[in-house]
Design a protein around this ligand. Structure first.
Ligand code: PNS
Length: 162
């Protein structure tokens, strides 16, 4: 059984994430899409909201399950029998950062990192840009699923009303 993890903040999940998770699901037996539960950094969405959107976005992929982790990713890997981390590279600046993290994770635990090149259709896409566009009422329909679009709308309406 070749099980890998696609870790991330997923605040919120985008078509870029879904593309990578789907491609990983074709290459490996099982993919765990794991949301970082970061106590030091509050996102726009709560972890349960992120998990819900990830589940909805990957519901058609039989070998993908959704989970959360806190602390070190390598500890999550060890606890779940995962030997490979899958990360996406959109640009050279992603590579600079990701290489260091991948090498540190390998040093810490021997876990391998496999890089997938981002689909050029989504190489400009990030959750932070999606949040910014949605916050100002811009159109994110080509960047996230209709379900996530609705959750973004609800979130910013809720915030405006608060
Ligand atoms: O979607 P992101 O924000 O690019 O994901 C980053 C993530 C969650 C994969 C990364 O920050 C992470 O693995 N954090 C957990 C803490 C950890 O293990 N850090 C690496 C130590 S070298």
């Amino acid at each position: 059984m070749r099980r890998v993890v696609c870790p991330g903040s997923f605040d919120p999940v985008t078509f870029g994430h879904i593309d990578i998770i789907g491609r990983a699901a074709k290459q490996y037996d099982e993919v765990v899409a794991a949301v970082l539960n970061n106590v030091n950094k509050r996102g726009l969405f709560t972890v349960p909201e992120k998990l819900d959107m990830l589940r909805a976005s990957t519901a058609d992929l039989d070998n993908v399950r959704v989970s959360e982790f806190d602390g070190l990713l390598v500890d999550f890997c060890r606890a779940n029998g995962i030997e490979t981390i899958v990360r996406s590279l959109r640009s050279v600046s992603d590579f600079d950062y990701e290489l260091q993290i991948a090498q540190m994770n390998f040093r810490l635990s021997g876990v391998e990192t496999v890089f997938m090149t981002a689909n050029p259709q989504y190489s400009f896409l990030s959750s932070s840009l999606v949040r910014e566009i949605a916050q100002h009422g811009g159109d994110v329909s080509s960047l996230v699923t209709p379900y996530v679009q609705g959750r973004l709308r609800d979130k910013y309406e809720e915030r405006a009303g608060a």
